[in-house]
Design a protein around this ligand. Structure first.
Ligand code: G4P
Length: 534
């Protein structure tokens, strides 16, 4: 056995420096803000690929991601990618994917438990949008430092100062721009680097497919080149300085302020700056708090937790992948680790890195890295794995579902398979399962953050558990936590229903938030709280 020794000190030497040169982050954004384009541009700049479009090509570009599942292929969206790793300068960057669009799900939220920082990507013409705000709330709750990127500055959009005001008002964060655009949205010439006072001018590359050249000029040369546009940028930057909007590392790391960059992902503008910010300012993996309250240092023996499970992928890989984030120590493929929940050993013979359909075998990994473990059927989302010295990380939270459907076995004779399948999907966190005496065991309610979770459940029930199901969507869109005392009163309300979840939580389902308001008027003392956990 490779790890027959309990000499943790020997095993973990060198882990500290490796952890220190890692940056693990995710992009939070609303669909269409440019996340895929930015991902490609980042990898292009880091020379992970040679031409933009190789990672998540959309129409007209080279296609590579998604399509592990047939339905993915049909829709041309990705529900299975996990993380992309690339080197930049002397740093290893892990970009964890946050599924969006229709594939928005609990996984999207859970990814945020596995990152040390996030990039909040905003469309310059749209400002902060709904999905960004939902993900921001999770980052805020977890105290994740946020870097803001205002994208699509090459297109007409909102005023830069107005965007800063919107960030302040809606997120409570103090925006501290690191650079400031020269030229309004739609006329992007370059940026004033607020740290050096210099002008960084961008030159378009053909279609943004290659790294865009940039040139730096001293302020006097910038004034000569850009005239009033430069003066305006300088004045606005001074205005920002006067209002306390200069970068501050401590408040950034504390999740109080957010450095801001202006970019055009499609033209490859501002992408280098983002990589440099990740390397220079974003945090490396730190000690992770465990359930005992004692944080586990990164150079302790190996530990990790499962943040995502994936199953039912293409026929060439019919297996179950458990994605883990390494928290401490060195991961070496082949090591036998222990699952904190079951106490059972888990052999890591098959470890992979996966982004989209590309999979490569991983031999070693360090804190901050993501590893896909094949044959992870015994593992669940939130499970801790450790080597040598026991540890358990807090369970991952369950998020407020917004989609609900009754599920029934198509073939009543297959009830046993039906029950087993539903229980498995619930345990894996694919869907939440809600029950009530009224509805009975044969027709529980599935609850999900995104509608795609239902399709995954339906697909897996048929293909994996041999129990095809019928789903009937319900009109509810909001779930609120309540208590036993209020069940009868709430059930008596029109369009409201209380169900219980496996973890004992009682959830009252409502068609919309207006209905909640009116029920509150009828029952001023009713316990109705958003079910977002810590
Ligand atoms: P998403 O992953 O966040 O959903 O967004 P995605 O990158 O797919 O970008 C959505 C659309 O916005 C794409 O156009 C993309 O080209 C465009 N886009 C992204 N970044 C920028 C930018 O900085 N400036 C401008 N002007 N456009 C940008 P599309 O027409 O939907 O797709 P495509 O055919 O161009 O790929």
């Amino acid at each position: 056995m490779r790890h027959g020794t309990t000499n943790g000190a020997r095993q973990e030497s060198g882990v500290g420096p490796e952890a220190a040169r890692r940056r693990s982050f995710a992009v939070i954004s609303h669909p269409d803000a440019g996340k895929s384009t930015l991902t490609e541009a980042l990898a292009l700049h880091a020379h992970a690929i040679t031409e933009a479009g190789h990672i998540n090509g959309k129409s007209g570009r080279r296609h590579t991601v998604s399509d592990w599942m047939e339905m993915e292929q049909a829709r041309g969206i990705s529900i299975t990618s996990a993380s992309l790793q690339f080197d930049y300068r002397d740093t290893v960057i892990n970009l964890l994917d946050t599924p969006g669009h229709a594939d928005f799900s609990e996984d999207t939220y859970r990814v945020l438990s596995a990152v040390d920082a996030a990039v909040m990507l905003i469309d310059a013409a749209k400002g902060l949008e709904a999905q960004t705000m939902k993900l921001f709330a999770v980052c805020k709750h977890r105290g994740i430092p946020l870097i803001t990127v205002i994208n699509k500055w090459d297109r007409p959009g909102l005023d830069a100062l107005a965007l800063m005001d919107e960030i302040t008002e809606r997120t409570g964060l103090t925006p501290t721009p690191l650079d400031w655009p020269v030229g309004v949205a739609g006329d992007f010439r370059g940026v004033l680097d607020r740290r050096t006072g210099n002008y960084v001018q961008f030159t378009p590359s053909a279609g943004g497919a290659h790294v865009a050249p940039q040139e730096t000029f001293e302020p006097s040369a910038a004034a000569e080149r850009e005239g009033v546009l430069w003066t305006t940028a300088v004045e606005e930057s001074e205005l920002l300085a006067a209002s306390g909007a200069d970068y501050d590392q401590e408040s950034f790391l504390a999740g109080v302020s957010t450095p801001v960059l202006f970019a055009s992902a499609v033209r490859n503008f501002g992408v280098h700056a983002l990589l440099d910010v990740l390397v220079d300012l974003a945090p490396s993996p730190g000690p992770r708090p465990s359930v005992s309250g004692e944080p586990r240092a990164v150079d302790s023996p190996f530990s990790a937790f499962v943040f995502k499970m994936q199953a039912g992928m293409d026929t060439a890989h019919r297996d179950r992948l458990a994605f883990i984030r390494v928290c401490s120590g060195l991961f070496e493929r082949g090591m036998v680790v222990t699952s904190a929940r079951t106490g059972r050993p888990f052999a890591t013979k098959y470890a992979q890195q996966a982004f989209g359909r590309e999979r490569t075998v991983i031999d070693t990994a360090y804190p901050g890295d993501v590893v896909g473990l094949v044959n992870g059927s015994d593992l669940r989302v939130g499970d801790t794995l450790y080597f040598d010295k026991a540890v358990e990380y807090p369970p991952l939270p369950t998020f407020a579902p917004e989609h609900f459907a009754v599920v029934r076995a198509k073939d009543a004779g297959k009830y046993k398979q039906f029950r087993r399948g539903v229980a498995q999907l619930e345990a894996e966190g694919v869907v939440q399962v809600l029950r009530s005496d009224l509805r009975g065991d044969q027709a529980p309610v599935l609850a999900a953050v995104g509608p795609m979770q239902f399709e995954v459940a339906e697909h897996r029930m048929a293909m994996e558990f041999n129990s095809p199901v019928r789903l009937e969507r319900l009109e509810y869109t909001v779930a609120m936590r309540t208590t036993k005392d209020w069940v009868a009163a709430l059930n008596a309300e029109r369009g409201v229903e209380v169900l219980h979840r496996e973890d004992g939580e009682l959830l009252a389902l409502f068609p919309n938030s207006w209905r909640i308001a009116s029920v509150r008027r009828n029952h001023p003392g009713a316990v109705l709280e958003p079910p977002v956990a810590a």
